[in-house]
Design a protein around this ligand. Structure first.
Ligand code: SF4
Length: 329
């Protein structure tokens, strides 16, 4: 007996990296036995900011699906689907749009922050309305849990408000989702930036080969005060130490005094980290190889997952239409 249905996913904007793994993928793999996860590849949401360059989308949808399978998401347990291929989500978005005011969206703090980040003087209708579309993503399959970081809780609160409004206006057919706030870790970039991000070029990708991982860690920023081998180190300002804490936790207690007394050099410290990260990625490479050898298999998994998602969507939409009394015939 599963504990409930989870909705989670990503915007397909390129290869997934260790930041994604630590932030959510690791959790999803763990949760897939206990829960019924619906994992959305949110291509429509990707278009809210990339509508002028849709050509990358096909490749990125495939890439994200391949990354999901490589980390160990099991298509027998997790419903992996493509957002734009479930038209009921767009239909539900339209219905929700009837009772959400423009002012509520304009004052949404996340929208305001992101518009600033993208440098938007004016916002497209699609961008302004993406929280409504997100509420449809969550509710079309009646997900009762959405794993998020603390900063994303307002999104879930907004979806809950939409559900309550709909259920009051028409009939109680929708499920109010709960935020499953976990320890969503944020991983620093190899350049020491607070966030690992493709746009900053500071990522270790899940598909990186051992040699690439070695080169990236070799170039990673360490304690700037440790210029020579016998300089004393300050692990708290070192990117490599931050990675050891996440990927090699059993070593950090020993590493700290060694670094502070120059008992270990940065080269050796980086070698140990490289070995740990490559050991983590190795089974992912093995799983990935199976899908690279049969690229049609990824398509088949997406088609089957999307069909499962559509079946859930059709069921919800029949109830929604009946509740709204637009089930004419
Ligand atoms: S020894 Fe390791 S933790 Fe210390 S500064 Fe060098 S790379 Fe960083």
């Amino acid at each position: 007996m599963k504990k409930g249905r989870i909705l989670t996913g990503d915007r397909p904007t390129g290869k997934l990296h260790l930041g994604h793994y630590v932030g959510s993928l690791e959790n999803r793999v763990r949760l897939q036995d206990e829960y019924d996860p619906f994992i959305i590849i949110a291509d429509v949401q990707a278009l809210t900011t990339n509508f002028e360059k849709p050509e990358a989308l096909k490749r990125d949808v495939h890439q994200v699906a391949e990354d999901y399978l490589a980390v160990g998401l099991d298509p027998e347990k997790a419903t992996i689907f493509v957002q734009s291929l479930v038209p009921e989500i767009a239909e539900l978005t339209i219905f929700y749009s009837m009772f959400i005011t423009v002012n509520v969206l304009r004052h949404n703090p996340t929208i305001k922050t992101e518009a600033k980040q993208y440098g938007y003087q004016d916002m497209t209708y699609g961008f302004l309305g993406y929280p409504v579309s997100q509420a449809a993503d969550i509710t079309f399959c009646k997900a009762n849990l959405v794993p998020v970081g603390a900063d994303q809780v307002p999104h879930i609160e907004f979806a809950r408000k939409i559900v309550r409004r709909f259920n009051e206006l028409y009939k109680p057919v929708l499920v109010e989702p709960e935020a499953l706030v976990g320890e969503v870790g944020r991983l620093v970039g190899t350049d020491g930036n607070a966030k690992m991000s493709k746009s900053l070029g500071n990522c270790i990708y899940l598909c990186d080969e051992p040699k690439e991982v070695e080169q990236k860690i070799c170039a990673a920023i360490t304690d700037p005060a440790r210029m020579r081998r016998d300089d004393l180190g300050h692990p708290d300002v070192c990117t490599v130490y931050a990675y050891h804490k996440v990927f090699n936790p059993g070593f950090v207690e020993e590493l700290r005094p060694q670094c502070e007394t120059a008992g270990i050099g940065c080269v050796d410290c980086k070698k140990r980290l490289t070995a740990e990260i490559n050991a983590l990625l190795e089974p992912m490479h093995e799983r990935r190889a199976k899908y690279v050898a049969k690229p049609k298999l990824v398509d088949e998994i997406l088609i089957a997952g999307t069909e499962r998602a559509r079946a859930a969507a059709r069921e919800t939409m029949a109830q929604v239409r009946e509740a709204m009394q637009i089930d004419y015939f």
